[in-house]
Ligand binder design. Sequence first.
Ligand code: TXA
Ligand code: MG
Length: 346
Amino acid sequence: METEVLQVISPDGTINEAAVKKAASRLLNGEVVAIPTETVYGLAANAFDESAVAKIFSAKGRPQDNPLIVHIAAIDELAQLVTDVPESAKRLAKAFWPGPLTMILPRSDRVPAGVSAGLPTVAVRMPVHPAAAAVIRAAGVPLAAPSANLSGSPSPTNAAYVLADMRGRIPLILDGGACKVGVESTVVSLTGDVPRVLRPGGVTVEQLRGALGEVEVDDAVLHKLKDGAVAASPGMKYKHYAPRADITILRGTFEQFCDYVAGKDATVLCFQGEESHFPHAVTYGKAHDGASQAARLFDALRELDEHGAATVYARCPELDGMGLAVYNRLIRAAGFHLIDLDHTEK
Ligand code: TXA
Ligand code: MG
């Protein structure tokens, strides 16, 4: 299959309507199209078309038990997807939609079970990216879309990375440039008594607490699931975001980090401005700035592979604000391998 790439944002910043129209007609024809969103690129299909949704799973090589997010362009599209819109969902929609927030709610019969991998719930998000919104509107149906990477690779934050993974597997990629947020949306479940964050992302836990009060963070956000444990968010159990390189996160000061890596034949994943201290370094944003780290992290993971890095030592992000989302991705990319330099014998 030929994979066509179309610019969806014109040089003057306006939406290329012809590209949007083409994407919409492919989607209504039961095909899969990659679209930009503010978080990462998505691999979209008509959420009401079970066989189109099945094509997403095969294009990605995605395990059948990992559910998809349904993307909408307006709040009035929510009611058909869910059986209940609790007060908490209304509040979050008002505060953070359109934007990088996904809500888990009870699934209506209108949504094919395959979208949610058979779960009684459905994940819904309203992206703020103008091209994503335009495609959803033009198609006139909600779009089921996971991140547009091959299962297990870092999520793609530009069209070239989508093409690298999806060439020959899908007919069309809309190129909307680099994604601003750079990590996926925050996933929050609203099906229990207390809202629970299943995946941290572009909306921070602090922001959610500001809107809702009490919010729990699922154990799987920071820790590896114990063998046999059931994941609240199936995506959290898979090896994810993994470059070929073997990554170890080193928690501690920059000085401790330098001491630890000195003399080792390794590539360093560090913050901007630190790279001159090492012979082989890739940077991922600024220290103490989770948003800038998020915007760079997945590109940096792909660059490590492009550099052929075998052993990588990574600086540790902070765990508040956007840093939590960055840490959540990096610890998975590192296979949960973390060394605390404050507690290491020298
Ligand atoms: O920013 C994003 O969320 C991007 C863009 C394209 O919108 N999409 C994305 O999709 O990251 P994906 O499929 O890569 O991640 C969806 C996550 C997975 O961890 C999945 O297990 C979880 O959401 N999820 C989806 N539906 C769920 C459900 N009903 N219950 C629990 N977790 C769910
Ligand atoms: Mg993904």
